[in-house]
Design a protein around this ligand. Structure first.
Ligand SMILES: [Fe+2]
Length: 149
């Protein structure tokens, strides 16, 4: 798995965040030895801790701003991902680190990228690009009206 331009939404800040996420997924999944696994795991969890809420709230802001009709459905998908992540954190508190949990985190990250970024986020990207181009046309129409009147 790696970043490619087919995953672009067309909003620079969101695309950069997705790139960061995919780099973290690659890093986490490609890790093989057990000790290295635990080290990478800690940095993956630290990354997710600071990343998830910020990223989802940024994405949702752009959706609200562009009147995205699937906003509430998309927001609830984010809430599901946050809940999954919280469950993983609780599991770590209960059981400590073990290969099963690392596996669960990797699976969580893969599901997120495969089922969310490359489907739900892409849908929004498609909508946003259309909305943006229509809005740009509108504002250029307004500019033209100003010029001609
Ligand atoms: Fe999303």
């Amino acid at each position: 798995m790696s970043w490619d331009s087919s995953l672009e939404i067309g909003i620079e800040v969101i695309d950069n965040q997705h790139k960061e996420l995919i780099a973290a997924v690659e890093n986490s999944i490609l890790t093989d030895s057990a000790q290295k696994g635990y080290d990478v795991f800690h940095s993956t969890m630290d990354f997710l801790e600071s990343y998830v809420l910020q990223h989802f709230s940024d994405e949702e802001s752009f959706q609200k701003y562009s009147n995205y009709p699937n906003y509430s459905v998309h927001k609830s998908l984010h809430e599901d991902l946050i809940q999954d992540l919280n469950e993983i954190k609780n599991q770590i508190d209960r059981e400590g680190l073990n290969p099963k949990i690392i596996q669960a985190v990797n699976q969580f990250l893969l599901d997120w990228v495969i089922h969310h970024v490359s489907s739900a986020d892409m849908q929004f990207g498609k909508y946003y690009r259309k909305w943006n181009s229509e809005n740009m046309n509108q504002s250029s129409n307004i500019e033209r009206e100003k010029v001609t009147t």
